[in-house]
Write a protein that binds this ligand. Structure first.
Ligand code: ADP
Ligand code: MG
Length: 142
């Protein structure tokens, strides 16, 4: 099934100069970019995005980190895009991430792990709507 998912290159990924590298990995796996922009969130915007994690002990630190610098927000479109993106990213903890994944190759910290990716159709819909309106999204096959 062709799906859309939200991807973010986090502040650490942008600082390390990994925008091109991350995008290349998505394109190599046939994920198409349907929308893309660079922005710098306030901590309030970051808290809204990560609202599902508001009870977690790392919420304050995570939202501070996510608003610490510019990020690249993208919609990826393709066959099983949600799962495919998660596979390309690797496990949350880079120490557990499979070889050849973005997090295994570039993350240095469980929090500063280079990329975000939606984990289910419902979260993808919420997260896409958080950053993009329908005039900002192009369709490749959707
Ligand atoms: P994922 O990004 O793989 O979907 P989660 O949704 O569980 O992971 O967590 C969201 C983000 O919160 C992670 O990508 C990471 O930046 C941060 N995070 C998750 N678990 C921890 C933790 N135990 N300590 C610090 N930060 C964490
Ligand atoms: Mg998550």
């Amino acid at each position: 099934m062709i799906e859309r998912t939200l991807s973010i290159i986090k502040p650490d990924g942008v600082k390390k100069g990994l925008i091109g590298e991350v995008i290349k990995r998505f394109e190599n796996k046939n994920l198409k970019i349907s929308a893309m922009k660079m922005l710098h969130m306030t901590q309030e915007q970051s808290k809204g995005f990560y609202a599902v994690h508001r009870e977690r002990p790392f919420f304050e630190s995570l939202t501070e980190f996510m608003s610490s610098g510019p990020i690249v927000v993208m919609i990826l479109e393709g066959e099983n895009a949600i799962k495919m993106n998660r596979e390309i990213m690797g496990a949350t903890n880079f120490k557990e991430a499979a070889e050849g994944t973005i997090r295994r190759d570039f993350a240095t910290d469980i929090e500063k792990n280079i990329v975000h990716g939606s984990d289910a159709p419902e979260t993808a819909a919420f997260e896409i709507g958080y950053f993009f309106n329908r005039f900002e999204i192009v369709g490749h096959s959707l």
